[in-house]
Ligand binder design. Structure first.
Ligand code: AHR
Length: 496
């Protein structure tokens, strides 16, 4: 093992730069594979302890995570979903085929009422994605009326008939999903016009103010952002962006659990691209919206590998290792740094799909390394971002280089400074010298997530292989924080 690389950091504690929106810690749950059914909803007859059909263990874990906002019902599923099929007595609800995800039969037992119930149980704001691809303007408009209208109206009365007297609060509404692809294969110009039309009928009833999110670009499609901003920026509150970290190619993405250092490196290198992506999309947005009124909503992000062997290809079930923990840490640090534009981000997906924070197997539930990173980092939610100057060594693999350390810092409402650091290098401990300017705070505590193997992960028979432990290796001397960041680790420090 090599040592003695000094990474230099300067944090100006007395120069806060604006709030880190807690919505950056949002999640995404689609009717896909075992995310909603099994992962969240097991039905009231299940032997698995549940509240009105919703798993108690999952609810408890998500409450601890402090999930601020939850996006639903898709994804690609959203543009095929007809919400009226998901209300009323369960045995009378029609079924449909989930064509995108395994062609399975969807029984619609988890619908609008169940989604709001789930959000209330975990304390998250609901974010609904409406159907533009195969739905009508009327259908979208009526959904909003059903959910949010308090007076006498056909949809409000229908809601009452199904047992909900008072409207719900709905803050976030997305007008379609990936309309350049599974949401209709549209051109940007065509979707921009449809966005203008559909959003007109997403009404603001009473004091329910909806934050309208236009369907945004796929990764590097800057033209989409350009056209949407040019044609409709004044009619939107947020514009979305989707980017997945895929170590290989879409045809051969790579295994979630059997990988070498080259794949580890490629994965982290691709995760780091999120920074460039945000900068470039933001620069386009700045031209039409210099005040940064329109939020960038990265409502799908995370790793996407080949499915675990033997599982249904359409269910997108993958394992989650220490590598995913690093990917999560890198993304969150990047989102913090761009918190002047990034209003929300939603990790894909909540349970049993892609970079999930929770995996379930019948009555068993485990927390993934990604879960632990999001829990460790949630101290940054709604805290003030602090200027963070980082000078770090490169991590070199087969001649390619990336920065060895990723980090960010914030100050919470009680004045505690939180610093989150990731050591991307799986082979080297890194010595860090961090100047804390504009403060005399020096009591430091911390938590670390690491493991001996790059592909260490939790499984149903070994759920605690990768879990956070106390980190005692940091101290502040004369305004300088010193620590050694172990190889392939994520560390979060609190300085009081
Ligand atoms: O998260 C899985 C899928 O990825 C979503 O349904 C879609 O929006 C994206 O392509």
């Amino acid at each position: 093992k090599e040592w003695i690389i000094v990474t230099k950091i300067k944090i100006n504690v007395d120069q806060p730069q604006g709030r880190i929106n807690r919505n950056i810690y949002g999640h995404f749950s689609e009717h896909l594979g075992r995310c909603i059914y099994e992962g969240v909803y097991v039905g009231t007859d299940s032997q698995i302890p549940n509240t009105r059909g919703i798993r108690n263990d999952v609810v408890e874990a998500l409450r601890i995570l402090k999930v601020p906002v939850l996006r639903w019902p898709g994804g690609c599923f959203a543009d095929e979903y007809h919400w009226k099929d998901g209300i009323g007595p369960k045995e009378e609800r029609p079924t449909m085929i989930n064509t995108h995800w395994g062609g399975v039969t969807e029984n619609n037992h988890f619908g609008t009422h169940e989604f709001f119930d789930f959000c209330e149980l975990i304390g998250a704001e609901p974010y609904i994605c409406g159907n533009v691809g195969s739905g009508t303007v009327q259908e979208m408009s009526e959904w909003v009326e059903y959910i949010t209208f308090d007076g006498e109206s056909p949809m409000a009365n229908l809601r009452r008939k199904h047992g909900r007297e008072k409207p719900w609060k709905l803050k976030y509404f997305g007008v379609g999903n990936e309309n350049w692809g599974c949401g209709g294969n549209m051109r940007a110009e065509y979707y921009a016009d449809l966005y203008r039309r559909y959003q007109t009928y997403v009404r603001q009833y009473g004091n329910n103010k909806i934050y309208k999110i236009a369907g945004g670009a796929n990764s590097w499609d800057f033209n989409w952002t350009e056209v949407l901003m040019r044609e409709a920026h004044w009619l939107m509150d947020g514009l979305s962006l989707h980017y997945y970290t895929v170590p290989g190619s879409w045809g051969s993405k790579g295994s979630s659990v059997d990988f070498d250092e080259e794949e580890w490196f490629a994965t982290l290198e691709k995760a780091l691209l999120m920074d460039e992506l945000i900068t470039k999309h933001s620069t386009i947005m700045d031209r039409y919206d210099p005040e940064k009124r329109v939020g960038l909503v990265i409502d799908e992000w995370g790793t996407w590998y080949d499915v675990l062997p033997g599982t249904e290809p359409g269910f997108l079930y993958q394992q989650n290792t220490l590598r995913d923990a690093l990917v999560a840490g890198i993304h969150l640090n990047i989102f913090h740094t761009h918190s002047d534009r990034v209003y929300m981000a939603n990790l894909a997906q909540l349970v049993n799909v892609l970079q999930a924070v929770i995996l379930t197997d019948k009555e068993k539930m485990i927390l993934t390394p990604t879960y632990h990173v999001l829990r460790m980092f949630n101290v940054h939610q709604d805290a003030e971002l602090l200027p963070f100057e980082l000078e770090t060594e490169d991590y070199v693999c087969k001649g390619d280089t990336i920065p060895a350390v990723s980090g960010s810092a914030s100050k919470d409402s009680e004045g505690t400074v939180h610093i989150s650091l990731c050591n991307l290098n799986p082979n080297k401990d890194i010595s860090v010298r961090c100047e804390l300017r504009g403060t005399t705070q020096r009591d430091v505590t911390g938590e670390i997530l690491t493991a001996p193997q790059m592909n260490a992960h939790n499984d149903f028979d070994k759920p605690d292989v990768v879990v956070p432990t106390e980190f005692t290796g940091a101290e502040v001397v004369d305004g300088v924080l010193h620590l050694t960041l172990p190889a392939k680790s994520v560390v979060v420090l609190a300085v009081k």
